[in-house]
Design a protein around this ligand. Structure first.
Ligand code: AMP
Length: 179
């Protein structure tokens, strides 16, 4: 279900801004204040899924940790499986990994080597797009597993950080709202 502009605005207003977290100068957009509201959580889940209902998505990849929340909802909404993309050392079986730079520091992500196959249509989800480093690394990592197609989506984006421009033009990216 597509959200009405006023519903979207209400949900955006639920996002809590936390200055100087986790480091000085960062305006942290805290989405737990959206997730704890039952109506907002349901509406966000449905709106996130809307553009992908006819895309035959078979796997939703959620980025640790906040991407697990929307990612799980998306997977059930779309009738797809869920695959976690995790911080190093957390996944128990054989993994492939990639390091990247983000708004505040350097990080590495890992995915199980057998999580995605060439038959899959993948939607990678995270809560928020900042510089785009995390999602670009996730996108490149998933692409090494040769799925049929990879889509990317977020609940929101910090537009001024220019994360969207990091992706090759052929990558379809959606967000519900921007800051
Ligand atoms: P980036 O790689 O710079 O796009 O950073 C995106 C990742 O870091 C996402 O997993 C976000 O949850 C988190 N993140 C980065 N900056 C912020 C911010 N200002 N507020 C909330 N989350 C952020």
């Amino acid at each position: 279900m597509k959200m009405k502009p006023e519903q979207l605005q209400q949900i955006k207003q639920l996002v809590r801004n936390v200055p100087d977290f986790p480091a000085k100068g960062i305006q942290f957009k805290d989405l737990t204040t959206v997730f704890k509201d039952a109506d907002a959580l349901r509406l966000v889940g449905q709106a996130l899924a809307e553009p992908y209902r006819d895309k035959d998505v078979t796997k939703v990849v959620g980025i640790e940790a906040r991407g697990f929340i929307g990612g799980s909802i998306l997977a059930t909404e779309l009738g797809a499986g869920f695959v976690p993309l995790r911080k190093p050392g957390k996944l128990p079986a054989i993994t492939i990994k990639k390091s990247y730079t983000k708004e505040y520091g350097v990080d590495t992500i890992e995915i199980h080597k057998d999580a995605i196959t060439p038959d899959d249509v993948v939607l990678i989800h995270d809560d928020l797009l900042a510089t785009g480093g995390t999602m670009l690394a996730a996108y490149e990592l998933v692409q090494t597993m040769n799925p049929k197609k990879v889509y990317v989506n977020f609940i929101c984006a910090l537009k001024e950080l220019g994360g969207l421009e990091k992706f090759p033009p052929e990558v379809e990216v959606t967000t519900l709202f921007d800051f």
